[in-house]
Design a protein around this ligand. Structure first.
Ligand code: NAD
Length: 454
């Protein structure tokens, strides 16, 4: 049994039956059969079913957002925001699917050449807990639209959301065997990879992503990895400081800093540094911490208690090397799982807090004296998910954005994802893309037809 524990109260929310290696094999066999029939259906039918899923989800926001909040500690307003935005992504995929995969035909004397696309088959999706609706829909919507069957393993920290996704897809009309949520921990995730699957789509940490890549290497199957980040922003000397400080503080602390694209490092031009830091710290001190089920709560507990040790060790390392804590720095007394929002200054890129993903409410702010220095520091990382520049000067921004080695480049914004744009990481932030047209292509395989007329 998997015990679902509320990180805000440590109370047992529910116990769920877990899968076993044997049950996985049976699930796979059923999925393989069901996929063939699912792929034969006209695209319009599959699209109608996915659109129905969105309708059902919107009618069920309160219930599913509460489940998500109970299992992860995500503030209820943020959980509702995520759930309500999930149908926008379904809509993007439904509306752009056919045009993205329209057959390409070329006629030359005696010869016709055609490209058509086929589903991959049975794919595995191993997922993270921090945005389980978003990272889920990025995979199941295009995968199902393309005619694949999906074995979906939600994180052991968000299995109720995994079950809700499964329930609503089935209610909408996805055949039961075409989408199956499997419940279990990392060992079960590893066992899924032993099945004769046709693709693996993973969202999670670099460490787990690397293990998965090694494990499936000899299978020669489609693999996509959406991994962590150490995402920097740079604040130039020409900005309106207060709103930029407020916006970037939100980018660092929303969802308790547990977003792959959270702002994780801040570089500020020396001319606006003092004012920026003052406004940033004031904003952070105004964040309301409390019961995740209270609509006005902005900061809840960390989802995984183990992360507290990581945060403490990053802070200790930084202080030992000369950093100063301006606010926070400790666990909240009498509230297990809660960590004070923490702002560090006098940080350098030699400190863990500026190199390793914090994935929590801790941020380092560093003073720089030029765009060139900022650019070098921003690119000095093993990760490459997002990076942003704040300036009034579009040309200055464009010049910097083009030189940033990251999959998403932000001008005057941060912590942002759009269905229209590829969501993609470089270096240790992963391989492949979800969302956008590339996130549709990811779930099909092309076949080139060479057709010579007799
Ligand atoms: P994690 O790597 O601990 O776990 C992710 C999933 O992998 C879970 O379902 C887990 O059960 C499973 N797993 C663990 N070991 C496994 C193994 N050996 N084989 C197969 N599966 C295994 O990550 P997490 O704590 O769930 O998520 C946080 C991480 O995810 C952060 O690094 C965050 O940045 C990243 N993330 C990235 C994106 C993105 O789009 N790039 C989005 C969300 C989260």
């Amino acid at each position: 049994m998997l015990k679902v524990i509320n990180p805000a109260t440590e109370a047992l929310v529910k116990e769920l039956e877990t899968d076993s290696v044997d049950s996985l094999k049976k699930r796979y066999d059923r999925a393989k059969l069901a996929q063939v029939e699912w792929a034969k259906r006209p695209f319009k039918e599959r699209a109608q079913i996915l659109s129905k899923f969105s309708e059902l989800l919107l009618a069920d926001v309160d219930r599913v957002a509460k489940d998500q909040s109970l299992e992860t500690g995500k503030p209820i307003s943020q959980a509702k925001g995520e759930v309500k935005s999930t149908p926008n992504r379904v809509k993007y995929f439904v509306e752009n699917f056919e045009s993205t995969l329209a057959p390409i035909e070329k006629e030359s004397p005696g010869m016709r050449e055609v490209v058509r696309y086929e589903p991959l088959g049975v794919i595995v999706n191993i997922s993270a807990w921090n945005y389980p609706w978003f990272v889920g829909v990025n995979v199941f919507a295009p995968a199902l639209l393309a005619g694949n069957a999906v074995l979906y393993k939600p994180s052991e920290f968000s299995p109720l959301t995994g079950k809700n996704i499964e329930r609503l897809l089935h209610e909408a009309g996805v055949p039961k065997d075409c989408f199956q949520a499997v419940i279990g921990d990392g060992a079960l995730g590893a066992a899924l990879l032993d099945l004769p699957i046709n693709g693996v789509f993973f969202t999670g940490s670099y460490g787990t992503g690397a293990k998965i890549a090694q494990k499936v290497a000899s299978k020669m199957i489609r693999i996509q990895l959406e991994l962590g980040g150490k995402d920097p922003v740079y604040i130039c000397d020409d900005v309106d400081v207060k709103p930029v400080a407020e916006g970037t503080a939100d980018g660092a602390f929303y969802n308790n800093g547990q977003s792959c694209c959270s702002v994780e490092r801040i570089y500020v031009h020396e001319k606006v540094y003092d004012k920026y830091v003052e406004n940033f710290v004031n904003t952070v001190k105004g964040f309301k911490m409390g019961d995740p089920l209270d609509e006005s709560t902005y900061l809840g507990p960390l989802t995984r208690k183990a992360q507290i040790q990581v945060l403490k060790s990053q802070i200790q390392d930084a202080v030992k090397k000369g950093a100063k804590i301006l606010t926070g720095g400790n666990e909240v007394k009498g509230k297990p799982g809660y960590f004070e929002p923490t702002v560090l200054v006098n940080v350098t890129n030699e400190m863990e807090v500026m190199r390793e993903e914090s994935f929590g409410p801790v941020i380092g702010i560093q003073k720089v004296s030029s765009d060139e220095e900022a650019l070098a520091l921003m690119n000095d990382t093993d990760y490459g998910l997002t990076a942003g520049v704040y300036t009034r000067d579009e040309k200055r921004a464009e010049k910097m954005l083009s030189q940033l080695n990251a999959g998403s480049a932000y001008w005057n914004c941060c912590d942002r994802v759009s269905p229209e744009l590829p969501w993609t990481g470089r270096k240790h932030s992963g391989i492949g893309s979800t969302l956008s047209r590339l996130g549709i292509m990811a779930f099909v395989q092309p076949k080139g037809y060479h057709l010579r007329k007799p």
